[in-house]
Design a protein. Structure first.
Length: 346
């Protein structure tokens, strides 16, 4: 459920709208050390232009060559690569690896419109493709849904982008936002203070002047969402945390030293939060990388968020930091949701 899949689908739909023929190619099975996992997606245009990937590049080159030489698949079809060691070597599949693909013509793009609309609403969607007929149906996907293929039906899952809400629009927030965007997060920064919100200038991010606690409720944070409070102002940070800690967000953290984190936890305990909810708070945020500059601290913060997303234990934390035990919330090998400090002192 990588957002790259949504980009591939959107590009394929746009090609069809412009009058091109287009095909979707999906990895359905791999053996050995194949470069891309089952579910990996590629879209290909009738002139050989591609977006996405199903291998390290050599398989794509062969698919492009087929199209440019007039091959036009008219119904969902299976393609195998790397059946022999020689062919595996030819197509750049290491250790004798091999893979099977489904190539399908993109005829009706209405299902893509629906997938894009539903994932934009932060829904998880499963697509079923019946190979014999080419019929496509959509259904709501469970959080633990994964890609599957039983020989007759392909089931692929699509989900919303991972989302990061940043409270505060200072220098550190800019660095966090820029790195998060590079990591393919949807970034929303929130700061009602005029002296800060007038200078926010991070292309690709969304900015809100709403009160942070109001925005938390408006966004309806889900398991694909993270929140970092970076203002050092309890009136803003704590109010956002009060609501975020009640949500299913997979990561919630606040800037501050270990002493300030302990004080914050005591303040939060005066409100209607349970001990379990307060214990979800990460603080000080960030892995202990020895970071000093805002950019380095931002790297430490994103490193921790990514580790939590993938259920990796946070071994590299300063002693005395508050953080939940690692849980494997997240992902298969392809990054699909199966679905501090270095230190951020204050």
């Amino acid at each position: 459920m990588d957002s790259l899949d949504l980009q591939v689908l959107q590009q394929a739909r746009d090609w069809r709208a412009a009058g091109h023929a287009a095909w979707l190619v999906t990895v359905i099975e791999t053996w050995g050390s194949a470069p891309r996992p089952p579910g990996a997606l590629l879209a290909m245009r009738d002139d050989g232009l591609v977006v996405g990937s199903v291998s390290g590049g050599c398989v794509e080159d062969d698919l492009i060559d087929r199209v440019r030489h007039g091959e036009r698949v008219g119904k969902p079809s299976l393609i195998a690569y790397g059946v022999t060691k020689e062919e595996a070597a030819r197509f750049g599949l290491p250790c004798g690896g091999s893979l099977r693909l489904v190539q399908e013509p993109l005829v009706d793009t209405r299902w893509i419109d629906e997938v894009l609309a539903r994932t934009a609403r932060h829904e998880l969607v499963a697509r079923r493709l019946v190979l014999a007929s080419g019929e496509v149906t959509l259904e709501r996907a469970a959080r633990d849904a994964t890609f599957s293929f039983d020989g007759a039906t392909l089931r692929a899952c699509y989900g919303p982008r991972w989302r990061l809400m940043i409270v505060g629009a200072g220098q550190l927030s800019r660095a966090v936002a820029q790195i998060a965007l590079l990591c393919d997060f949807e970034v929303i920064c929130c700061d009602p203070r005029e002296e800060y919100n007038l200078t926010w200038d991070v292309p690709g991010s969304t900015f809100s002047k709403a009160m942070p606690d109001d925005l938390v409720l408006e966004l309806e944070l889900d398991e694909h969402s993270a929140v970092v409070a970076l203002t050092h102002d309890p009136k803003l940070d704590d109010m956002a945390l009060l609501e975020a800690l009640k949500s299913p967000a997979f990561y919630i953290g606040a800037l501050g030293s270990r002493l300030n984190t302990a004080k914050r936890r005591k303040r939060l305990a005066d409100f209607d939060l349970t001990v379990e909810q307060i214990d979800r708070l990460h603080g000080p945020i960030g892995l202990d990388l020895g970071a000093k500059s805002p950019a380095e601290i931002a790297v430490a913060i994103l490193a921790e968020i990514i580790a939590v997303r993938y259920g990796v234990p946070l071994a590299q934390k300063k002693p005395g930091s508050a953080f939940p035990e690692a849980h494997d919330i997240a992902t298969t090998d392809d990054g699909a949701a199966v679905c501090g400090t270095a230190t951020a002192h204050g």
